[in-house]
Design a protein around this ligand. Structure first.
Ligand code: GUN
Ligand code: ZN
Length: 434
């Protein structure tokens, strides 16, 4: 392969560590006039323009004015089949599932429909600067084939899986323990580790799986290296009561998953809004992760996520949109709502912590921080160009800003897809706004 070097010049910002561990100042690196050098889809070097430009004789340098380059955003929880039902009115979780979600997901029995929606969904992610996501399919294995085919064509780093669901859902949407195991295994063999794709064993949530299905899901999770496990946990009070009725022998919601060995590194639980200390402790000691989905938690009235509590226990936390219960594909908008969730609890969310959650923190939650999340040499060149002049108001606000911190904060509050000028995946431009 002939090597291909490209360089990008703008303000450049990336996370180096969790601000909770090293303090704000040590948590990031910023070059006001920076250059990012990319070769064959990987980061070669990032640094100040005055030092790097002399080394780049004869190399194409793409320059951006009034722009900030950051790593691509990472969405640790989203449902692609729910794209078309985003913003559905009026229900909390369990009624919302029955009223809107299940009928919508039924349509994914048709592979052509699934392929159409996968295309729309990936385009929307990239328009919003999200380059990696952990994605629910539907119960139909062809929904996951359609998704991975679309992601592979764009050479994206994506994680997805077929929903396993064998009770408490309409007949048209249920599988069986045996069929869910066999179909998931077939998909793993076809897709897991192919290019930048990874597979997640995906029991929807404890109420829609029999103990037999959860046992087989646990077996499958242990059977292949580096698989993910992706489900929901402690999102809504009525849901939690229902889990107690369905699994009376278990000590709590997390204990159901624990009992069936659906816990550990690369196990990602969406929500965790109502976790007790013992559950946080167990998540931390097993290396499991939780996806904080602020727009969804507010939209479904689920509750306020206690980021500080999970952090104090040492739980890995990523940021999720949870579309279609979430109301935006934009991780900037997730951060806007996350800030408000913290405010409602009398707490703060520093903008550099926000950056971390949307990038390196997500990569750590997914055990992908050796490949994505910042601009360390050798990582995938997945990045976004954010536009300080995206809208008249953003542009005017940026003119008033006196510090990077202030600009970053305003971008997370005011920004959305309009702020994403370009998105790159493995060094290729996969979205251009203008
Ligand atoms: N719990 C089980 N299924 C779902 C779903 O599709 N969305 C959300 N937000 N929670 C769930
Ligand atoms: Zn969800």
């Amino acid at each position: 392969m002939t090597s291909h070097v490209t360089a990008y010049r703008a303000a450049i910002l990336h996370s180096l560590a969790d601000p909770a561990e090293v303090g704000i100042e040590q948590s990031y690196e910023y070059f006001e006039d920076g250059v990012l050098i990319v070769e064959n889809g990987r980061v070669i070097e990032v640094g100040p323009a005055d030092q790097l430009l002399p080394k780049l004789q004869g190399i194409d340098v793409q320059e951006y004015r009034d722009a900030l380059i950051t790593p691509g955003f990472i969405d640790t929880h989203i449902h692609y089949p729910q794209t078309g039902m985003i913003a559905s009115y009026g229900e909390q979780l369990l009624d919302w599932l029955n009223t809107y979600t299940f009928p919508t997901e039924q349509q994914f029995a048709d592979k052509a429909h699934a392929a159409d929606v996968a295309g729309i969904f990936l385009k929307e992610l990239l328009r919003n600067g999200t380059t990696t996501a952990l994605v629910f399919g539907s119960v139909h294995k062809q929904s996951v084939d359609a998704f991975f085919e679309a992601a592979e064509a764009l050479d994206l780093r994506m994680i997805a899986g077929k929903v396993m669901m064998d009770r408490n859902a309409p007949d048209y949407l249920t599988d069986t323990p045996e069929s869910s195991y066999a179909d998931s295994k077939e998909l793993i063999e076809r897709w897991h580790g192919k290019g930048r794709l990874h597979y997640a064993v995906t029991p929807r949530f404890a109420p829609t799986s029999t103990p037999e299905q959860l046992a087989l899901a646990g077996r499958l999770f242990a059977e292949f290296p580096d698989l993910y496990m992706h489900t929901h946990l402690s999102e809504n009070r009525a849901e939690i009561e229902w889990v107690k009725e369905l699994f009376p022998k278990r000590s709590g919601y997390l204990d159901v998953y624990d009992h069936y060995q659906l816990i550990g590194p690369r196990a990602v639980f969406a929500h965790g809004v109502h976790l007790c200390d013992a559950e946080c402790q167990r998540l931390a000691e097993t290396g499991s992760a939780v996806a904080f989905c602020p727009t969804s938690n507010l939209f479904l009235g689920s509750g306020l996520f206690d980021l500080e509590k999970l952090e104090q226990h040492g739980v890995r936390v990523g940021l999720g949109t949870d579309v279609g219960a979430g109301t935006s594909f934009s991780q900037l908008q997730s951060l806007n709502e996350a800030y408000k969730v913290m405010q409602l609890q009398g707490k703060k969310l520093d903008p550099f912590k926000s950056l971390y959650l949307a990038t390196l923190g997500g990569a750590r939650a997914l055990y992908l921080d050796h490949q994505i999340g910042n601009f360390a040499t050798g990582k995938d060149a997945d990045f976004v160009v954010l536009d300080y002049n995206a809208t008249p108001l953003i542009s005017y606000r940026m003119q008033q800003a006196k510090s990077l911190e202030e600009k970053l904060f305003a971008l997370t509050i005011l920004g959305d897809d309009r702020a994403v000028k370009e998105t790159f995946a493995a060094g290729r431009r996969v979205h251009s706004r203008d």
